[in-house]
Design a protein around this ligand. Sequence first.
Ligand SMILES: *[C@@H]1O[C@H](CO)[C@@H](O)[C@H](O)[C@H]1NC(C)=O
Ligand SMILES: *[C@@H]1O[C@H](CO)[C@@H](O)[C@H](O)[C@H]1NC(C)=O
Ligand SMILES: *[C@@H]1O[C@H](CO)[C@@H](O)[C@H](O)[C@H]1NC(C)=O
Ligand SMILES: *[C@@H]1O[C@H](CO)[C@@H](O)[C@H](O)[C@H]1NC(C)=O
Length: 183
Amino acid sequence: MISGSFTFGIVVFFAILVFQLGAKSIFKFTNIKCQDHDLNFSRSEVCRLKVIGRGLVSLNVRVGLYKTPVTNVTLNMGFYKKANGFKPFLYNYTVDFCDFVRNRKRYPVVKVIFDIFLSASNINHTCPYDHAIVVDNLVLDEGKFQYLPIPEGEYMLKLRVFAYNDLKATVEAYYYRKMSFSL
Ligand SMILES: *[C@@H]1O[C@H](CO)[C@@H](O)[C@H](O)[C@H]1NC(C)=O
Ligand SMILES: *[C@@H]1O[C@H](CO)[C@@H](O)[C@H](O)[C@H]1NC(C)=O
Ligand SMILES: *[C@@H]1O[C@H](CO)[C@@H](O)[C@H](O)[C@H]1NC(C)=O
Ligand SMILES: *[C@@H]1O[C@H](CO)[C@@H](O)[C@H](O)[C@H]1NC(C)=O
């Protein structure tokens, strides 16, 4: 038997979906913070948002690597939503990044998120990494999120980067989603 709360969840999911089909929404970066934890290993040389046009903001990161080749990378992603400070929201996910770039099909959920960053980066290849890591002019393209049931609000994606199980960097990307009705 299907539980009541499960049915309710499905109804809410489709209600949000239908609601969003009739609405245009805006995703926008509002801030980015990079923190280095081992300056002998890596350093964030660029970590900034750039205004590139009317209402458009792009994200730019460059991280120098000093102990190459890097063959062992683990990422921990946490999503936070603002409500009296940032609270954990939906995902807290840890993934072996070198395995991900080798076997993308095994990671359908993270793939959606990583593809956004990979498309603007120079790390869309298998390990090892022996060059600076660059994310250049990444703009959150609404087309990629249109049908994700993410409510309006302010969010933060916290990315913790480990190499050989040692925390090397933390990146916090802040962004908001806003609806705008234009039916
Ligand atoms: C970084 O390298 C310098 C010089 O080799 C060394 O003195 C320092 O302890 C190292 N720092 C870390 C965090 O490993
Ligand atoms: C997410 O998971 C990591 C690793 O398991 C843990 O260290 C961290 O505290 C978790 N964060 C949240 C917000 O649950
Ligand atoms: C990354 O590279 C793979 C394999 O070359 C390709 O199939 C995929 O479309 C690329 N992804 C992005 C986001 O560019
Ligand atoms: C990555 O390095 C850590 C620490 O040396 C090790 O425990 C882990 O097994 C390595 N992961 C892979 C996939 O080799």
